[in-house]
Unconditional design. Sequence first.
Length: 229
Amino acid sequence: MSLSSYLEERLATRGVALDEFRELIVRLVNYGVLCREESQIERDLYDRYLRVADPVRDYLDLLGIKLHHDRRFEYVRLYPPGSRVPGMEGADEQSFAGSLRARLTQNEVALLLVLRAQYEKALREGKVDENGFVAESMEALGIAMKNLLGRGLPDKITERKRLFQRLRMLRLVDYKQEEDLESAEAWLRIHPMIVEFVSPEALAALTEEKAFNAEDAENAEDAEETNAQ
């Protein structure tokens, strides 16, 4: 029996055609993530995934691709072979787990770290909505970038738009209009999947670096005061 015939038999009991299964697999592999709240298309595909979750996992397992399903926030994310998957032991450590082997730019990594830190801060302060999202203004995000990393958001609007478009494609942030990114008063939402996208180790490293830089700055001020005396 061919693999296609075997799949067709398994899918038939779940009321899903082979072409519908292929569409779901292609979408998952191309995007690396499926978020039910994102659009009607992703809502339909996510609901289809729920009906064929086992065949999907079995198929991806043949390729060495791991799948993480968050039922609470209703999203599915794929991890390439060797990646660390939330809740699974024995996988290689990896700070960032994006769309299959997605290469992140320096600006993307910097923004991801700050978004993760801001999400953690909102968790402590109880500022997370019922769907797990955290609202953050562009002004507050820019200030956090400077405080944590000593750098701001890209000055050029085209670069800033490209940066946020990339993170929205990864379903890590959500905002209404790209034009809003030009205003400090604009707001975006940080998706709860940022917690498993950026590892605790990466967040801890950022916190330690901030503390180290603050200590250096304090020592420098003390040295200046001593020299002045």
